[in-house]
Ligand binder design. Structure first.
Ligand code: C2E
Ligand code: MG
Ligand code: MG
Ligand code: MG
Length: 286
């Protein structure tokens, strides 16, 4: 008595409204979920990399690894669609490990002063094996721990995973650095800064987008940068798209910027060309 059966029985040419929209949605989600299960084995996942530009030196200091899924029939599925599925199903542990290992292998091919940043989901901290995974990935790629940066969001600090702070402290002890991603979008932003010795905060792109339009927003970005300086934490502005935004961030002494203006995420093969800093000096020097 499925909708499909009823539709068949109704005969060709009959418009059929049996199927509810949310049924269709959940079926679609289940299909994506089962496709995702084999995605690693089928080589459908890959990383792209988006650089951080240091405004003091006009050099690229590192790149953020961003996960992509090339689905055989749907094409490129964005992480906003498949990461939540991976989190719900627990696949995030296997996928997260794959991302860490790939990111470490990639940074090993770059100059020594370049770091790689990897995004983490809250659930990954629930898994106590995560520390061992990271230690092993660093060892296998033969890279120094400080070249790996973990990006976490504020919501992870408030999540049900009480062990997050323990794991993060162990990571910091190891020498891996930790950045607070999407800063300003969560709750109790300022108190979070004192909870853990973050090496960097990344101001969410929504603030950068509105900075030149809403004076309040510019004041906020400016005070976050001042606060971070007092706490000796680095600041990255996310989502920089225009030269005016870049100029404004320069004036208020933002440390690093990231965004389409500097570069869209590039494939692993494109990173070394991107690291040709002469190009950046010419384009973005003040
Ligand atoms: P995020 O970590 O905050 O990454 C920044 C997102 O903004 C990326 O989207 C990036 O492509 C996009 N972006 C960069 N510059 C600009 C800009 O100038 N303008 C605009 N409009 N967007 C810009 P993406 O790659 O779709 O990733 C979305 C989110 O998915 C990430 O947000 C991160 O939370 C999550 N994600 C990505 N890769 C992974 C991963 O390996 N593991 C986990 N757990 N999450 C990931
Ligand atoms: Mg990030
Ligand atoms: Mg972000
Ligand atoms: Mg984000």
């Amino acid at each position: 008595d499925t909708a499909l059966y009823r539709a068949k029985k109704a005969g060709p040419g009959t418009v059929c409204f049996f199927e509810q929209a949310d049924d269709r949605l959940s079926r679609d989600r289940k299909a994506l979920q089962s496709d995702l299960e084999g995605a690693i084995a089928r080589n459908e996942l890959f990383l792209v990399f988006q650089p951080f530009l240091d405004l003091g030196t006009n050099r690229i200091t590192g790149l953020e690894a961003l996960l992509r899924w090339q689905h055989p029939s749907r094409g490129l599925v964005p992480p906003s669609e498949f990461i939540p599925i991976a989190e719900e199903t627990g696949l995030i542990h296997e996928i997260g490990e794959w991302v860490i290992r790939r990111a470490c292998a990639s940074v090993a091919e770059w100059p020594e002063d370049i770091r790689v940043a990897v995004n983490f989901s809250a659930a990954q901290f629930h898994n106590t094996g995560i520390l061992q995974t990271i230690v092993q990935a660093l060892a296998d790629a033969k890279i120094a721990p400080h070249r790996l940066e973990i990006e976490i969001t504020e919501s992870m600090l408030l999540s049900k995973y009480g062990s997050a702070a323990t794991v993060l402290n162990a990571l910091l002890e190891l020498g891996v650095t930790v950045a607070l991603d999407d800063f300003g979008t969560g709750f109790s932003s300022l108190t979070n800064l004192r909870k853990l010795p973050f090496s960097r905060i990344k101001i969410d792109q929504s603030f950068i987008r509105d900075m030149l339009v809403q004076p309040d927003c510019a004041a906020l970005v400016k005070s976050v940068i001042g606060l971070a300086r007092d706490l000796r934490i680095g600041v990255v502005a996310e989502g920089v798209e225009t030269a005016d935004q870049l100029e404004c961030l320069r004036q208020i002494s933002c440390d690093e910027v990231q965004g389409y203006l500097i570069s869209r995420p590039v494939s692993a093969n494109g990173v070394l060309a991107l690291l040709d800093t002469r190009k950046y000096r010419a384009t973005y020097a003040a």
